[in-house]
Ligand binder design. Structure first.
Ligand SMILES: [Fe+2]
Length: 283
């Protein structure tokens, strides 16, 4: 098991575009076409905000496009919830998020009330999805029951180690004042569970821009968004969203390597919105 295509934040709605009018379906199609030359993929993961409006229909469109890409390669496709998702719509379209090459569920769902966490094994690599969704909130939280389940799963090492997929990053950039309030709250609780286990990487989305850091002894990778990219050249108090889908390849053949792929979209970098996330004020 060596190579993972990591996607996130497709934000497809029941009618197609997201709340900013951006066509996530077209962005996802373009990106999947442009990454077609990545060799020897073993797995696709999508780390949340599948549906912009939380709808089953939005999740089904993403499942169909990513599923076709995965089926062509004979590899599983695995999804976690994000803050835009709703658990009912997610589960109706994607079960517990772990789907085999033919689209049928693989692995098992955590037996935790109202939480869609799951685990499966792909060529010896254990893939664990966590559910950091808090309905109606932008930030993420992992409850004690989910952390206890995670610790129990990780108590036994997997043949090729593990990756953990969750929407909200347990890291943030200090210099960007709005970030701490929107990422995973109490990240040290997750760090305590993961420390000294066989987890090789923590894969996240949510920020719509790539970012790497460490959570205790574990590398954390945040992949850019499909629907929009957050442009960090904006003043640090502002979030500027621009067009331009991105994805990552996570290479686990040795020490984890993470690299970014950008869709070949001539409209890339066109501004979609700029606003102050702390006040909600637009520009
Ligand atoms: Fe998002």
């Amino acid at each position: 098991m060596t190579r993972v295509l990591h996607l996130s934040d497709t934000h497809v709605s029941r009618t197609g575009p997201d709340e900013d009018g951006v066509d996530g379906v077209a962005a996802l199609r373009q990106l999947l076409y442009d990454v077609r030359h990545v060799p020897a993929l073993d797995l696709v993961v999508v780390s949340g905000d599948i549906a912009d409006d939380g709808s089953r229909e939005g999740c089904e469109v993403v499942r169909s496009l990513v599923g076709a890409f995965a089926a062509e390669r004979g590899i599983p496709h695995i999804y976690s919830t994000g803050n835009h998702d709703r658990r009912e719509g997610f589960a109706a379209a994607l079960s517990h998020g772990h789907l085999g090459p033919d689209g049928s569920p693989i692995g098992r769902r955590a037996d935790i009330d109202r939480v869609i966490a799951g685990v499966s094994e792909v060529n010896g690599l254990r893939v664990i999805t966590l559910d950091s969704l808090v309905p109606g909130k932008t930030q993420g939280v992992l409850g004690r029951d989910q952390l206890e389940w995670l610790a129990a799963e990780l108590a036994t090492p997997a043949p090729a180690g593990s990756i953990v997929v969750l929407h909200h990053p347990p890291i943030f950039v200090d210099a960007i004042p709005y970030l701490e309030s929107v990422v995973l709250q109490e990240p040290s609780a997750l760090g305590d569970v993961l420390a000294r286990t066989d987890v090789r990487a923590v894969l996240c989305g949510h920020l719509h821009h790539q970012l790497s850091g460490m959570l205790r002894d574990k590398p954390v990778w945040v992949t850019p968004g499909i629907v929009t990219r957050i442009d960090l050249t904006a003043p640090s108090t502002l979030a500027r969203g621009v067009l331009g889908a991105g994805a990552s390849v996570v290479d686990l053949s040795g020490s984890p390597l993470f690299y970014t792929l950008h869709a070949r979209d001539p409209r890339a970098n066109t501004e979609v919105y700029t606003y102050n996330p702390l006040t909600g004020e637009g520009l």
